[in-house]
Write a protein that binds this ligand. Structure first.
Ligand code: HPA
Length: 274
């Protein structure tokens, strides 16, 4: 389903009314098991997705399905506690709807987080990775269909989707905190099944360091409408076939829980400098 400009405006208008004079600048999407940052927002205003016109609910495990507006490290943020995934049955237009609405509300930056499988065999489960680029070759674009020029151009550049300045900021911040930060390419697979070992080998040959089922669609939409993007991944497990054991959802959530302090510490410190 494609949305009209009027629908985006309607959603933004609804939120503006709920927010009064609060104007978010940084939109944040929190991935599987990483939603706890949303609970740390100060002076929070909660809005459930289901109450917002044209929004969809989010059903994935570890996802709450609401927006939290308020302050983190002094920054006015709009935190998506839970995101929509294509595998839940949402179209890519629906998956990226919220990003565009938050752009209309004035957000200039998107901070995206996710849990992903580690494809790079030199790294370990539990490591954090700065996303420097992504590969999203095997699915259609969220920008497919009529272009809405209020957001951006028909053929947007994608050579700097993950903003170099914010990458540098994250690198510096991680070094200051003494948190090891890998850097690499996020290889998007739409799921919901985890990848086969052959798919993971293919992802590696093609240049992927991590595989995951989110993020890339939202980042494409954010880049189109001129937002700066910072992407951080928790490598929650070694991708399929690397270790001699099956993958499980519980493993991902446990890894997110174990990385809690490290991950939220890094993000909060990055926010302070933004
Ligand atoms: N593959 C895809 N998505 C994921 C994985 C994975 O191994 N781990 C967490 N999200």
């Amino acid at each position: 389903m494609e949305f009209t400009m009027e629908q985006y405006r309607e959603s933004a208008g609804f939120l503006r009314e709920r927010l009064g004079d609060f104007a978010p600048k940084i939109a944040m999407v929190l991935g599987s098991g990483l939603g706890y940052l949303g609970d740390q927002v100060e002076r929070p205003i909660f809005v459930d997705y289901r109450d917002i016109p044209h929004f969809k609910a989010s059903t994935a495990p570890g996802h709450k399905g609401r927006l939290v507006f308020g302050f983190l490290e002094g920054q006015p943020v709009a935190v998506m506690q839970g995101r929509m995934h294509h595998y839940e049955g949402y179209s890519y237009e629906e998956v990226t709807y919220a990003v565009r609405v938050l752009r209309l509300l004035g957000c200039e930056t998107l901070v995206v987080t996710n849990a992903a499988g580690c494809v790079n065999t030199s790294w370990q489960a539990g490591d954090l990775m700065l996303i420097t680029d992504h590969i999203k070759l095997f699915s259609v674009s969220p920008l497919r269909g009529e272009n809405l020029p209020e957001f951006g151009t028909r053929f947007p550049d994608a050579s700097r989707l993950y903003t170099p300045r914010l990458q540098e900021l994250a690198r510096e911040t991680a070094a200051e905190l003494g948190i090891p930060l890998r850097e690499g390419v996020y290889f998007y697979c739409y799921g919901p099944q985890y990848e086969t070992p052959a798919e993971v080998r293919a992802a590696r040959i093609l240049g992927g360091d991590a595989v995951g089922m989110s993020t890339a669609p939202e980042v494409v939409a954010a880049g189109h409408c001129g937002m700066e993007v910072l992407g951080l991944t928790l490598l929650s497990n070694m991708a399929a076939g690397i270790l001699d054991q099956p993958l499980s959802e519980q493993e991902v959530l446990d890894a997110a829980e174990a990385a809690r302090e490290k991950f939220s510490g890094l993000i909060r410190a990055c926010l302070r400098k933004m």
